[in-house]
Ligand binder design. Structure first.
Ligand code: SF4
Length: 376
């Protein structure tokens, strides 16, 4: 820290000290901000889509998805008029599919209740599905420069360090304190750039491990740096306890002429892991039973089909929320019986071309590409 600059305690700062913080941060942002597609034209719709995609997802992953999505749905009206399966297909691989379904539902509300114009009042934005306090503030500040505070992963860490917060930042008392701090900081001018600058600083400089304090434009405002507490703040929160699951998918196939095969897939219903996406019949494996016999019984009781189940050499490992899943792939050819048709179950037979067009879970897509295309 340059010796002529006195440390400033932000929680107790005067107006001119806050102004100085704003200037330092914005100057750094102007020189260092990344060139991102949603920063080119900041309309509420474009910022909204980017913010939803960026939840729980890295910027580098989002860019291509964002560009494809905007090409297909350049306006909220186009998004509202689309089929949910079209929206999910564009979201395929991005995960957390509830975000896509809620984005689509919210687009319909914008068209129906706001004549296709994204609302500009904070409470109206907050009332849309999938939009919480952070997202509403981010959309309105970034696209319209409204002075709303924000608090998300990067800013939680940055604010915890700027306020020398010793408690776990995830507990509700800390969250209240951090929101208050964010409210006290947000400027009346360039609020959008300021909020983006905070997040960018958190992600690029004030990183979880080994923050680059020597490059930090607000170092003289930082008590965590002064007291060398970067490794202790933010306080570690309790680790997620992962659960192991062992599951199986069955590639049930039937001939479809010209040496082609059709495979049985089902639409995941409400409250399932991948609502609205297609997956191969998937079952939990009971380790006390013979897997093939168990799966034959399950296939019969749940799908109405009979056939001999055989293991393949394909095993995938993947994670969904707190679950660590080992997935064994089986095949079942020459099926007999009649496919069960119930109100709660939607099955269809699809060849590999049709499978390519369906929105599928990440593992469903891997299996379709690896097993259905080439045979197993
Ligand atoms: Fe983070 Fe270091 Fe900047 Fe403090 S000085 S805000 S710890 S990067």
């Amino acid at each position: 820290m340059p010796s002529q600059q006195k440390p400033i305690v932000l929680t107790d700062a005067t107006r001119s000290q806050c102004d100085s913080f704003h200037r330092s941060l914005l100057k750094w942002f102007d020189a260092n901000q990344r060139d991102l597609p949603w920063r080119k034209k900041k309309t509420p719709y474009r910022i909204w889509v980017s913010e939803i995609m960026l939840q729980q997802t890295q910027v580098a992953t989002v860019i291509d998805y964002y560009l494809r999505f905007m090409k297909q749905f350049p306006t909220v009206k186009k998004l509202a008029a689309a089929d949910e399966s079209e929206v999910l297909k564009l979201w395929e691989g991005l995960g957390y599919y509830r975000r896509a379904r809620q984005l689509h539902a919210a687009a319909k509300i914008v068209v129906k209740e706001h004549k296709g114009k994204f609302p500009q009042q904070f409470d109206e934005v907050l009332a849309l599905p999938g939009i919480g306090r952070y997202t509403a503030g981010a959309i309105l500040s970034i696209s319209l420069d409204q002075p709303h505070p924000i608090l998300e992963g990067n800013t939680v860490r940055l604010f915890a360090r700027l306020t020398e917060l010793r408690d776990n930042p995830k507990i509700s008392a800390s969250q209240k304190q951090l929101w208050k701090f964010s409210e006290s900081l947000v400027p009346t001018k360039r609020a959008g750039d300021f909020n983006q600058a905070l997040m960018e600083l958190g992600s690029k400089v004030c990183t979880p491990k080994s923050p680059k304090c020597e490059d930090c434009p607000v170092i003289r405002f930082c008590p965590t740096f002064r007291n060398a507490l970067q490794d202790k703040i933010p306080a570690a929160s309790t680790k997620i306890k992962y659960e192991n699951l062992h599951e199986a998918v069955v590639l049930v196939s039937k001939p479809a002429g010209k040496s082609k095969l059709k495979f049985l897939v089902r639409l995941c219903g409400p409250n399932e892991r991948w609502t609205g996406l297609w997956d191969f019949p998937r079952f939990e494996i009971d380790s006390n039973k013979n897997a093939e016999v168990d799966l034959e019984q399950k296939l019969h009781s749940q799908c109405g089909l009979e056939g001999q189940i055989e293991p393949t050499k394909v095993q995938l490992k993947h994670a969904v929320t707190k679950y660590r899943i080992t997935l064994d792939v089986y095949r079942c050819e020459k099926v007999q019986g009649r496919l069960k048709r119930t109100r709660n179950e939607t099955f269809r037979w699809s060849d590999s071309q049709e499978l390519a067009a369906l929105p599928m879970s990440i593992t469903g897509r891997k299996i379709a590409d690896r097993c259905c295309e080439n045979g197993i």
